[in-house]
Design a protein around this ligand. Structure first.
Ligand code: NAP
Length: 493
């Protein structure tokens, strides 16, 4: 059952951390400002450091700097926030937390609803879930939900172990696994573009589409996250979750209804239809890369192996490109090219759908500049859609030239475009799990990715193999060239 102005006590574990300060408090403020939270809410910040309520509220006010609405008194907003010093490992601390939740539930009339947000290192997730249950915090007269951050395991085995631990304390329908890409406006727009337009869905198959490309590139390197990243890499940090989720949304069949269960069921079918690779053929389908030094915006930047917390001989991938094959009736014969990497030429996430040429196009020849029709979905930093078509050149000839039709989602009042975490928190509080990943999706993604990760673990790469500030190793271009395609380098619009 969903309501628009949900009531709850939100307990944030990891309340002094980076994510809480940069994303969660601003998101709660935006929801409050936009009337998406009733007055009936309280936030309990949980972490080890000995902060007072006043310190904590000052941190929260700092985190919403720049978003302030003159109609909202920041002190009044911050008065909903309470701090509870707490060590996850110490069972004696749970009783005090339970008392505080009960007290705030009564004070703010939140009907016994509890949202636990695990925003801390993943090695705590299992213990924390178990302790919440054993100490009685998961039992309440209202609803109890758990939002859990990524990464959800580092391979199938660890993900399954974590899932089993969490499922001891929470049922699947209480678990909201975050993939913040699913909260992005243009990722959520994929379904609307596909299923609300007579123009696209009839063409959305191997009869009319030649290939689909999904790119998520960053200009930044691993910066201060070297220690974590060196044990993960682009394959596990990006491909297993965000990239495969976007692929599933692009490739799924229309669900019979827009319910979380029906949508998930179609996404799961895509993941099940992914052609499973083996150690011998991984190199035909996957390219890995690691950035070397390079000049970006006039500044000479160090190689990945020279970064903080990174092994100087590291074999970790900072770039992955792949050709994925979906063995089903709709997509047989259509390659999906996916790439993601750090220290690339530009920051951009976009999806390019390339349509097949007409069987007989009269506008080919020297005087014509006819190009493939493309539908481009710009996910970030630009948000919008561009349709590339051909039209008459504005001159005396009858020659053709490519033109674009664009929709810019940023052109309105950007202040009103909800942020990913804001949408996801709101969805969770309303009990809508559509934009969260179900265990079935996590399990299938890891099983697919494990084959590649194992093959790579068994064979040392020749790294570094791409210069900072470029589009990755040349092998990533050859992956498409072998099939007669090239990466479309679209942004800026
Ligand atoms: P972080 O800055 O390292 O924060 C960790 C938090 O955990 C701190 O508040 C820390 O506070 C608390 N903590 C550590 N040990 C504790 C214990 N024994 N008992 C209670 N609290 C403890 O981490 P983060 O960057 O915010 O990331 C949080 C989660 O979000 C991770 O799962 C991460 O993978 C995920 N994530 C983060 C980002 C991001 O942009 N930061 C993006 C995507 C996903 P004390 O030291 O005061 O205890």
């Amino acid at each position: 059952m969903t309501t628009n102005n949900p009531k709850a006590v939100i307990v944030i574990f990891g309340a002094t951390g980076d994510l809480a300060n940069r994303k969660l408090y601003p998101s709660i403020y935006r929801l409050y400002r936009n009337g998406k939270l009733s007055e009936n809410f309280a936030v309990i910040g949980v972490a080890r450091r000995p902060l007072t309520n006043e310190d904590f509220r000052n941190n929260v006010k700092k985190s919403i700097n720049g978003l302030n609405d003159p109609n909202i008194d920041p002190d009044e907003f911050a008065s909903h926030f309470h701090y509870n010093p707490f060590d996850i490992q110490d069972l004696d601390h749970y009783g005090k937390l339970e008392n505080l939740i009960t007290e705030l539930d009564e004070k703010h009339q939140t009907d016994g609803n509890r949202l636990f947000y695990f925003s801390m290192a993943p090695n705590f997730f299992g213990t924390l879930a178990a302790n919440l249950k054993s100490e009685g915090l998961t039992t309440t007269k209202g609803w109890t939900r758990l939002v859990i951050e990524k990464p959800f395991g580092h391979d199938y085995e660890s993900a399954e172990k974590l899932n089993n631990q969490i499922r001891e304390a929470f049922s699947e329908d209480q678990i909201y696994r975050i993939d913040h890409y699913l909260g992005k406006e243009m990722v959520q727009n994929i379904e609307v573009i596909r299923f609300a337009n007579a123009l696209f869905e009839p063409l959305w198959n191997n009869q009319h589409i030649s290939n689909i490309q999904i790119t998520s590139s960053e200009v930044l390197g691993v910066e201060e996250r070297g220690r974590y990243y060196d044990s993960a890499g682009a394959l596990k940090d990006m491909m297993q979750n965000h990239m495969l989720q976007m692929l599933a949304l692009i490739a799924m069949d229309p669900p019979i209804k827009l319910t979380p269960e029906e949508i998930r069921s179609e996404k799961v079918k895509v993941l099940r239809a992914l052609r499973v690779l083996n150690e011998d053929n991984v190199d035909e389908y996957f390219v890995r890369g690691q950035y070397d030094r390079g000049i970006v915006n006039g500044e000479e930047l160090p190689a990945y192996r020279e970064g903080n917390g990174v092994d100087p001989e590291s074999n970790t991938d900072t770039f992955v490109a792949a050709k994925l094959v979906i063995d089903n009736f709709r997509w047989a014969g259509v390659p999906f090219y996916i790439r993601t990497g750090k220290r690339m030429k530009k920051k951009s996430t976009e999806i390019v759908v390339e349509f097949k040429d007409l069987p007989m196009n009269l506008y080919y020849g020297e005087e014509h500049e006819t190009k493939s029709n493309l539908l481009v979905i710009h996910v970030q930093p630009d948000e919008g859609i561009t349709l590339h078509v051909n039209a008459k050149k504005g001159d005396y000839s009858a020659a053709s030239t490519p033109i674009t039709l664009s929709y810019d989602n940023n052109s309105g009042d950007k202040m009103n475009t909800p942020e990913a975490y804001e949408i996801l928190l709101h969805d969770c509080m309303r009990g809508d799990s559509t934009n969260f990943t179900h265990w079935d999706e996590v399990a299938l993604s890891w099983k697919f990715i494990d084959v590649i990760a194992n093959a790579w673990d068994n064979k040392k790469a020749d790294f570094p193999n791409y210069e900072s500030g470029t589009n990755g190793p040349k092998e990533a271009d050859q992956l498409l060239a072998r099939d007669g395609f090239k990466w479309w380098d679209i942004t800026p619009k």
